[in-house]
Design a protein around this ligand. Structure first.
Ligand code: NAP
Ligand code: MG
Length: 499
């Protein structure tokens, strides 16, 4: 069979290896060793520089989504624990961290960054175990970017008066920070690094299904000699997040998660005088013009929606492709998807890992079934799913219309909806036809067209001829139902200063 032939594109026949005429050839397993990680059976909350049990003594399990194995039991914070953590943060803010010169604070941030680098394998393996993401990604993206965030913000700590916020910008006080499960360590770094650089102290609430790297980061804070109470980690369920957000001792709330919970938080904070930033969901358009180099665009499409199993708020979940190029792009995309390797997240060759939870898998299945029921055409490459754990094959829907649920709702999984357009104006109209506004991608050889589109796309980030690029110096955030406020860069720093 010829690569790219119709039979291959239908995805019914081909075995991996036949593409190159080497039937039977496959990658040997290349598992990363788990030995670098020492799991405790039980984890406490990190309050006032120490690991302590929850007042209620309650624990929640965290599982490895690739095997359903319980990795550990983790303390479930209640209101009393949140209260203790906020008090510890307040005390540290007033006595130690607030008055400390920026150049001194910077030293701690540099130390945390270097410890993250030194312990990077441990962090990467633990992240892949707890979250299900491929080790290739936790090793090459999550952990290095988390360290980069601490390095970048360490550089700001002693330069705040030169950051354009006036001669002596003040910190806000105690920051209550709630994060999701898709980039557990990286989101913790996005929250903590700017807050600490600006002179605030923090109480962080990780997601229930992925608490372990935040707790390892707490251990790194201890190792770095960070004064007790400057960073506190209150693991637990959504109720622990709600208690933190509602706590009167919190001066600033930073939330990353779903639009639904973001709205609840906005209501809870309204009228309290607390500062708020919300990083919520998205339904980004990745727009491919017919002059774009197909190979590069296909790599960008794959990276846009299949990176991190599509559990990415800024995922390019809607492919808008210009009509004359649609067949070539979709055909080449199917060929490429047939080469993706799904399976053991700790295998260094794995491209697609496990779905983070049974609950999330249920949501992905429900929306994908709705796509089929509404008349879109569903396709996945031949792909064997492991017997245990939570898995979903890379999936492409063609024949999608803008009214379909799969074109409107965030799926937060490895599912791409393909729509077409004819003119740049139609591309903009379709791309903006969403309540969200977090990100977009544009693929074209024409620089002028990129600028024209970037001015019209209502998205916080527009990538041109690339996708899912992150840098601590670059602000990230959304419009409308994707939230408000920016993280990263000078703008992100401003969200933690009284300016
Ligand atoms: P989620 O249900 O909103 O949860 C996010 C965090 O909030 C978790 O720690 C959660 O705790 C906690 N939480 C739940 N209910 C709460 C409440 N009433 N008050 C305070 N905190 C509460 O979102 P998710 O399902 O974990 O994450 C996926 C969503 O996050 C997607 O919609 C995605 O687009 C969005 N996201 C956005 C960005 C961005 O930068 N814009 C980045 C990543 C993800 P539990 O885990 O214990 O429920
Ligand atoms: Mg887990």
């Amino acid at each position: 069979m010829e690569p790219g032939s119709d039979a291959e594109r239908t995805g019914t026949v081909l075995m991996r290896g036949e593409l190159t005429g080497q039937a039977g050839w496959d990658y040997a397993p290349a598992p990363e060793s788990r030995d670098v990680v020492t799991l405790a059976g039980e984890y406490g909350l990190f309050i006032g520089g120490e690991f302590v049990p929850a007042a209620s003594g309650r624990l929640l399990p965290t599982v490895n989504p690739a095997t359903e194995e319980t990795l550990a039991q983790v303390a479930e914070a209640g209101e009393a624990d949140v209260d203790r953590a906020v008090a510890a943060a307040r005390d540290a803010y007033e006595r130690v961290w607030g008055p400390m010169p920026g150049a001194e604070r910077a030293k701690y941030l540099y130390r945390i960054a270097r410890l993250l680098q030194e312990r990077s394998r441990e962090f990467a393996v633990l992240e892949s175990l707890d979250n299900g993401k491929p080790i290739k990604e936790s090793r090459d993206v999550d952990v290095p970017l988390a360290a980069a965030h601490f390095f970048y913000h360490a550089g700001w700590a002693d330069k705040l008066e030169h950051a354009g916020f006036g001669p002596s910008p003040r910190p806000l006080g105690v920051a209550g920070q709630v994060i999701p499960w898709n980039f557990p360590l990286l989101m913790a770094a996005w929250k903590l690094a700017p807050a600490l650089a600006a002179g605030n102290t923090c109480v962080l609430k990780p997601a229930e299904t992925t608490p372990l790297t935040a707790l390892l980061l707490a251990e790194v804070c201890q190792q770095a000699g960070l004064p007790p109470g400057v960073v506190n980690v209150t693991t637990g369920a959504g109720s622990a997040g709600a208690a933190l957000v509602a706590h009167p001792g919190v001066d600033k709330v930073a939330f990353t998660g779903s639009t639904e919970v973001g709205k609840q938080i906005q209501r809870a904070v309204a009228g309290t005088g607390k500062r708020l930033t919300l990083e919520l969901g998205g339904k980004a358009a990745n727009i491919v013009f017919d002059d774009a180099p197909v190979e590069a665009a296909v790599e960008g499409i794959v990276n846009g929606i299949f990176f991190n199993q599509g559990h990415v708020c800024c995922a390019g979940s809607r492919l808008l492709v210009q009509e004359p190029a649609a067949d070539a792009v979709v055909g080449r995309l199917r060929d490429r998807l047939a080469t993706l390797r799904l399976g053991d997240p700790l295998d260094k060759n794995t491209d697609i890992g496990a779905i983070n939870s049974r609950e999330q898998l249920g949501k992905i299945r429900e929306l994908s079934d709705a796509g089929e029921a509404e008349g879109a055409e569903r396709w996945s490459p031949p792909c064997e799913l492991p017997g245990r754990g939570f898995w979903f094959p890379p999936t492409v829907f063609t024949g999608v219309s803008p009214s379909h649920r799969i074109a409107r709702e965030e799926i937060f999984g490895p599912v791409l909806s393909v729509l077409t357009f004819r003119t740049p104006g139609e591309a903009v109209a379709k791309a903006n036809n969403t309540p969200y506004g977090l990100s977009a991608g544009v693929w074209t050889e024409k620089g002028s067209r990129i600028l024209w589109l970037a001015q019209r796309l209502r998205a916080g980030v527009v990538w041109a001829n690339t996708y899912n690029r992150f840098d601590p110096a670059s602000p990230f955030g959304g419009y409308r139902e994707s939230g408000f406020g920016r993280e990263g860069g000078r703008h992100g720093l401003g969200a933690y200063l009284d300016v």
